[in-house]
Design a protein around this ligand. Structure first.
Ligand code: ZN
Length: 289
């Protein structure tokens, strides 16, 4: 099976189109189709074409989970949690969305499961908000999903956290969350977002039990029988110093291929300027930061 995994499109239709063209080209070259396209949230926010991106993702994506920007744009999250730039962008984005877009975004689950994969935006412990940027943060999350792999986005940086092979499985995560919150983590499509847990309250007793790998573009051959949390990076707003759109093609016979695709950054910047969107966010796109 082959799955294309996209995350953090952020209203950048130029980048999304380039990635979809690349998937089509991959299919033609390999003479083997990608069986499904998945999306890990933040379809909208910052970028100039949120409606077009939601429409396209609805057409092509077999599975999609909610990101913080998706729910901010429909009023499902409080904008107090956002920086002023992100809050302004969410207000502008809200005006661009159709009724159908809003229904779609509102109905996205925080977590969904398919085959060997758990999909979520931030982390299994805190699907909407947690940034998995370190092994210390990633380690307790291995106790919060049961599949071999968890796919996350949110940081905009391609990353692998690989669980140590003599640890199987970690004990369930400590009950730092409310019952409502814990159940929502395992119940796709569950109701409203529960209170944001206090990150400081997560006990560190689990220690660091996973490797932190920053994958270069290309194929990552998965070691046998190891669990991993994998982040494809961002389609529409990469932040790893490479401005090209990032995504993954997973091949069950091979592993995870981290792909980068050049797109027309200048056109996206022009569209942002024309809409009066943040100049600073537009400039960041050309540097990939
Ligand atoms: Zn994002």
């Amino acid at each position: 099976m082959r799955y294309a995994v996209l995350s953090d499109i952020h209203g950048n239709y130029e980048a999304l189109s380039a990635v979809l063209d690349d998937i089509a080209q991959f299919t033609a070259e390999q003479r083997a189709p990608v069986d499904a396209i998945w999306c890990l949230g933040d379809i909208v926010g910052y970028g100039p074409e949120p409606h077009e991106c939601v429409q396209r993702v609805r057409e092509i994506s077999a599975l999609c989970v909610a990101g913080n920007h998706d729910w901010a744009a429909i009023g499902k999250l409080d904008l107090d949690e956002f920086t002023p730039v992100a809050a302004n962008s969410a207000k502008w984005t809200a005006e661009q969305l159709s009724a159908q877009d809003r229904i779609y975004l509102r109905g996205l689950p925080e977590v969904t499961l398919f085959d060997d994969f758990t999909l979520t935006h931030g982390s299994p412990l805190n699907p909407i908000w947690e940034y998995l940027t370190s092994p210390l943060a990633a380690t307790p999350n291995f106790g919060a999903f049961e599949t071999p792999f968890c796919l996350v986005g949110h940081t905009h940086v391609p990353t692998i956290f690989l669980l140590a092979d003599d640890v199987r499985p970690l004990p369930p995560p400590p009950l730092i969350l409310t019952e409502n919150r814990v159940s929502s983590a395992f119940a796709p499509g569950d109701s409203d977002l529960a209170p944001f847990p206090d990150i400081e309250a997560i006990p560190m007793t689990a220690g660091i039990l996973c490797e932190h790998i920053t994958p270069a573009p290309g194929l990552w051959l998965m070691p046998d029988h190891r669990r991993a949390i994998v982040n494809p990076g961002s389609v529409g707003q990469p932040r790893d110093g490479d401005p090209r759109a990032a995504y993954i093609i997973f091949d069950s016979d091979l592993g995870f291929e981290f792909r980068r695709v050049a797109y027309d950054v200048v056109t996206t910047q022009r569209k942002m300027s024309a809409q009066g969107l943040s100049q600073r966010m537009a400039e960041r796109l050309e540097k990939g930061v």
